[in-house]
Design a protein around this ligand. Sequence first.
Ligand code: GLN
Length: 488
Amino acid sequence: MTAPLWTLTAAESRRRIAAGEITAQELLSAHLERIDAVEPRVHAFLARSAEAARRDAEAVDGSRARGELAPLAGAVLGVKDVIAGLDHPTTAASRILEGYVSPYEATSLRRARARGAVVVGKTNLDEFAMGSSSEHSAFGPTLNPWDLERVPGGSSSGSAAAVAAGMAQVALGTDTGGSIRQPASFCGTFGLKPTYGRVSRYGVVAFASSMDQVGPLGRSVEDVARLYEAIAGGDELDASSAAEPVEPWTGSDDVRGLAFAVPDEYVGAGVDPGVARVVREAARALLDAGAVERRVALPATEHALDAYYLVADAEASSNLGRYDGLRYGPRRAVDAPEAAAWISAYRGRSFGTEVKRRIMLGTHVLSAGYYDAYYLRAMRVRALIRRELLAALETVDFLLTPTSPVVAFRLGERVDDPLAMYAVDILSVTANLAGLPAMSVPAGLHQGLPVGVQLMGRPFQETLLFRAAEALSRRLPQPAAWEAGAVR
Ligand code: GLN
């Protein structure tokens, strides 16, 4: 029996579309059937539109008939529901944006569609991308396709789960403190957080603007690289976007002579020994491929989590000020006589607990009496972490670390303990604080669950990460969730 079309990577299906063996519409239909079969168990999507997807797939087949084939032709794409599109609502998994349809499309999404990607739906997340498990979604959690009693990670939960379960070939996520890499790691997919500024943030619901980045998830390095190349590059609609040219990845896995380090600070206390073992295996694979290992010291790492949560919450409290119940979101009857009380009551009813916690914390650390003690200090730590990482990356080409200290945890295990939830971000937030590119690569299983390793590199050297990721994925292949997980 030939493998179903939904098991193909986007690069494989593009080759078959090019050869005239399949059409984009057939590829899409296979995915829509797969979604019907597994989505009731996984809950990766918040909105779907088969009609809009069929229209886009038809357009791809039309251009194929004219002899044109875009780089992402027919690629079935899931889009995190903080990225604005015209065919679906954009809710950020929040009641405060329930049913909101954006009048414009995010640059990243527009570029992906212009290069042939076919959007199957908007994917679930923690409300406003605040969380690491999807349990903070106002519309119920996504479940991990490897084990339906476990979380898929977050906050790009539905994007990772949809890709892992064969409901989408590739997905867009956002990463402010690990939200692409950590769910990629928990679900056994690849996920890239590009250099800060690499991908336009235009049309992306803002969380912490100095760290937010859009990036790709997929089941191969090639798929991640092609989607990244499609969306990256300067954008006049986002002043923080970088004009640096985007160098395409050639498919190379050549790491001969490249130097890497596994910093002690990233494999010490708190890291599951099973995860640390997979990181050692990945280091071995890189050495076998001709890379060399060196040592670096990153002592400021121990303050990264504190700095991240102070900066992220400060920026969030400011960004979320715009949700006053008047300009966006559903009409909702609120009983309050004057404007300020009305807005406060409306916000009180519409934001979830975690979002409120962050707004309060962020407002506190920015307030006159505490600004210096918290926010300013956090910004100093941030500068120190960046300096330290850039100095280390002068002696090595990239760092190899676990993406997350743990494998996917059980639903309910951390949701009532904010600090336990925050703690899982400890190895991913440094790349955001420093603005560096970082990628999670599936590198093995521990107790039957996927373990991702993280590659972190110099600004704008995403291509070097792809080479190392490819070297790893050729040497440490991992079964798909439908072969070894819970969604056969
Ligand atoms: N889990 C982290 C947080 O809750 C990161 C979120 C993200 O990257 N969007 O802030």
